[in-house]
Ligand binder design. Structure first.
Ligand SMILES: C[S@@+](CC[C@H](N)C(=O)[O-])C[C@H]1O[C@@H](n2cnc3c(N)ncnc32)[C@H](O)[C@@H]1O
Length: 229
């Protein structure tokens, strides 16, 4: 890993072979069981990311790839009745799950959800205080990463912040990571994501890094807070 130039987010990062239609169909299929499959391992990582984001009362926060909606609910509670939360997800079934969670929790009135590809964010420039990604940025193909992050920069207000939680190529790349990457290459319909360089991708997109951590799940996970200049 030492041979990787410190500013490059591409070397060794696998390409994503799934089309957007395949991604949508995959998450539609697993929406009902997603929490069962992932909650135990991913929840502590998401929580660490939310703590870094630290949403404040009155803020307007966007979550990209919100899944079943747990983070949307936590963010909505943190921004309070004077704040608002936006969400974009490619899966209409995930959106339906998230919407019913928000309704059950009495938070739906401060959250607006859209179904679509985050490669084009349907929001005005300089319009949000913060953006949150949890286990979603690593689903975008390598050439898409700068485009998605440029969209994030566009919709964030100046000095707005972004937090990304994602499976990472930083940290110890042991046997499990190699197995993970093997599965991504050979059974991409089961293992759609792959490790990426989060801090480097954010730096390359022109964000300034405020905090960065690499935690251990069953693979390394980067949790990075960055700011729009
Ligand atoms: C691995 S899940 C993570 C869900 C949630 N953030 C969590 O941490 O529990 C990835 C989510 O990103 C969504 N997603 C995948 N590709 C997307 C895209 N191009 N645009 C928007 N959402 C996308 C999926 O539908 C899914 O809900």
């Amino acid at each position: 890993m030492d041979s990787v130039p410190p500013t490059s987010y591409e070397p060794g990062v696998l390409r994503v072979l799934q089309s957007k239609e395949q991604t949508k169909s995959f998450y539609n299929k697993i929406a009902k069981v997603y929490d069962l499959l992932s909650e135990e391992s991913e929840k502590p990582m998401r929580e660490a990311g939310l703590a870094m984001l630290a949403p404040q009362p009155g803020e307007r926060i966007l979550e990209i790839g919100f899944g079943t909606g747990h983070c949307l609910a936590e963010i909505a509670r943190a921004v309070g009745p004077g704040g608002s939360v936006l969400g974009v997800d490619i899966s209409d079934q995930m959106l339906a799950h998230a919407q019913s969670l928000l309704q059950r929790e009495g938070l739906a009135d401060r959250v607006e959800l859209r179904c679509g590809d985050a490669g084009q964010l349907p929001f005005e420039s300089n319009s949000v205080d913060g953006i949150f990604f949890s286990f979603t940025l690593e689903l975008f193909d390598t050439p898409e990463l700068p485009l998605v992050l440029a969209e994030c920069r566009r919709v964030l207000r100046p000095q707005g912040r972004i937090v990304v939680v994602a499976v990472s190529k930083e940290g110890h790349q042991g046997v499990i990571v190699h197995l993970f990457e093997w599965m991504h290459q050979h059974v991409p319909n089961l293992m759609d994501c792959r490790p990426i360089y989060v801090r480097r991708a954010l730096e390359a997109a022109g964000f300034s890094i405020q905090a960065a951590d690499v935690k251990s799940m069953w693979v390394p996970v980067e949790i990075v807070l960055a700011q729009k200049p």
